[in-house]
Design a protein around this ligand. Structure first.
Ligand code: ARG
Length: 488
């Protein structure tokens, strides 16, 4: 008597304790791998036929059963609450219901260990593509903002103290720049996991004469088959790496969120969030809260937790597969879905944030944000910078006492404090002049920001065509692989 309903039950007479049965199930999370699992089943069945395990007619039947199951699940969804232990057991049972004993031969020379490793990589390919799209959309929204406000001044901060004038556009592109590096990280991480573990079996490699290069090609793995069966079934560094990228993305989003939350305070008054991304208070009727950005900032903490959790799970695991690895999906998959959602909501919030251009400009025009420029003018007049710094510091103190800006110091004060200068300070220290002076590559000058916006627009156009090609998303042979089904 074998363990009823279990694919591994041969040597077991008794049943699992119900508490442990529940505890060991992974279907509630790994059902999202359903369509990836059908894809690996299809490829493996083809490989078995090549190796002589199935004849043509049998292969036809197996393929028909896989297609039928895919159609069934597209229509009805994948049951996450089935009694099956995991997605692989569920697929095997459903295929048996469709092609009988033939289905029992699909597991020849294969293990759930190489199967889950393969499924997961296929699934992650879709999720990485989703994150890349999310990064694209958010960058496009930031570039739009930058274009609209390429020449509009606002105060720039260090230590959260007003420091120098910048343009609103320059600020928007700063966040886009950070995200563009995350996009590269996603592509790098994808490239390293773009190898096919199928054919590694449980740990030592398959005994069936399959062509693993053909398998890798069929499943769209660009870098061929994995080179070591122990590593292929035991490695999860690609998951850790992806968790890091997700943590980095959401950390960047939390900084963007924090900036906009601050901009929306009454104290700053730079930004108002539209109704689409604001919420009110159940008690205080006047409130308009920036909850969208606050949730983005908050969720970053959970994604960082996923990175820590994965690293801790993998640490100290002996070679090769251990059941600990089943928990990888519970950790990583929600973190990736959360990251995609955060990217989307952050883009919405930026889109629905309206800058009070006049108030931003006024704030950039007060508070001695042009003091560095005054020191630079003294340097132009031959004063060493360190001395100029001291001279301007004293001028600022005097201006504070008098309650005026530097360019508005009375003539006599100015002559006493800054005898080296006889230019028109109102003009030379105007926000416009201060911004324009910073026209070197990377600077905040409106002309430079406009040029950057043009460069970004070209970049975004390249990105848009690049993703489909890189991830093979459009030319999938099997229409059943669409990720929206696999998450249903
Ligand atoms: N559900 C498992 C996982 O996700 C795959 C099954 C491997 N189980 C085993 N006992 N070797 O890791």
């Amino acid at each position: 008597m074998s363990q009823p309903g279990q694919m591994w039950g041969g040597r077991f007479a008794g049943s699992l304790d119900p508490a442990f049965a529940e505890f060991q199930k992974s279907l509630p999370i790994d059902h999202v791998l359903a369509f990836a699992d059908l894809e690996t089943n299809l490829a493996w069945s083809d490989a078995l036929a090549q190796a002589g395990v199935f004849d043509d007619e049998e292969l036809e039947k197996v393929r028909g059963a896989i297609d039928d199951l895919a159609e069934h699940w597209i229509e009805h969804g994948v049951p996450a609450d089935d009694e099956a232990e995991d997605i692989h057991s569920l697929v095997e049972r459903e295929l048996q219901a469709r092609c009988g004993d033939l289905a029992k031969r699909i597991h020849t020379g294969r293990s759930r260990n190489d199967q889950v490793a393969t499924d997961l990589r296929l699934f992650l390919r879709e999720r990485i593509a989703g994150c890349i799209e999310g990064v694209h959309d958010l960058c496009a929204t930031l570039v739009e903002k930058a274009k609209q406000h390429a020449a509009d001044p606002m105060p720039g901060y260090t230590h959260l103290q007003r420091a120098q004038p910048i343009t609103i556009g320059h600020h928007a592109l700063a966040h886009a720049e950070a995200l563009s590096r995350d996009r590269e990280r996603l592509i790098d991480a994808f490239d390293r996991m773009d190898q096919c573990p199928l054919g590694s079996a449980a740990l030592a490699g398959t005994t069936v004469a399959v062509d693993r290069q053909v398998l890798a090609d069929q499943l769209g793995f660009e870098n061929g088959p994995t080179r070591n069966s122990l590593d292929a079934t035991a490695a999860r560094d690609h998951l850790c790496e992806l968790a890091f990228v997700a943590a980095m993305i959401t950390t960047h989003l939390s900084r963007l969120a924090e900036d906009y939350i601050f901009f929306a305070t009454q104290e700053a008054g730079f930004v108002t969030f539209g109704d689409a991304v604001s919420t009110g208070s159940s008690l205080m009727p006047q409130k308009r809260n920036p909850d969208a950005m606050e949730l983005v900032r908050g969720k970053a903490g959970r994604v960082q937790g996923a990175l820590m959790a994965l690293m801790s799970t993998v640490k100290g695991l002996p070679m090769a597969y251990n059941r600990d690895l089943q928990t990888d999906k519970e950790t990583l998959i929600p973190a990736l879905l959360e990251t995609e959602a955060c990217l989307h909501v952050a883009a919405l919030a930026v889109h629905h944030a309206t800058f009070d251009v006049a108030r931003c400009a006024a704030a950039a025009d007060r508070g001695y944000l042009n003091a560095t420029d005054l020191a630079d003018l003294l340097v132009d007049a031959g004063v060493p910078f360190r001395e100029a710094h001291g001279i301007v510091g004293r001028a600022v103190n005097r201006a504070v006492e008098l309650g005026v800006e530097l360019q508005d110091l009375p003539d006599d004060e100015r002559k006493a404090l800054l005898p080296q200068l006889d230019c028109d300070l109102r003009e030379a220290l105007s926000v416009r002049a201060v911004l324009d002076r910073r026209s070197a590559v990377g600077g905040t000058a409106p002309a430079r920001v406009q040029a950057e916006v043009r460069a970004w627009e070209e970049q975004l156009a390249e990105w848009a065509t690049g993703v489909e090609e890189a991830f093979d998303l459009d030319d999938d042979e099997d229409p059943d692989d669409d990720d929206d089904e696999s998450t249903s």
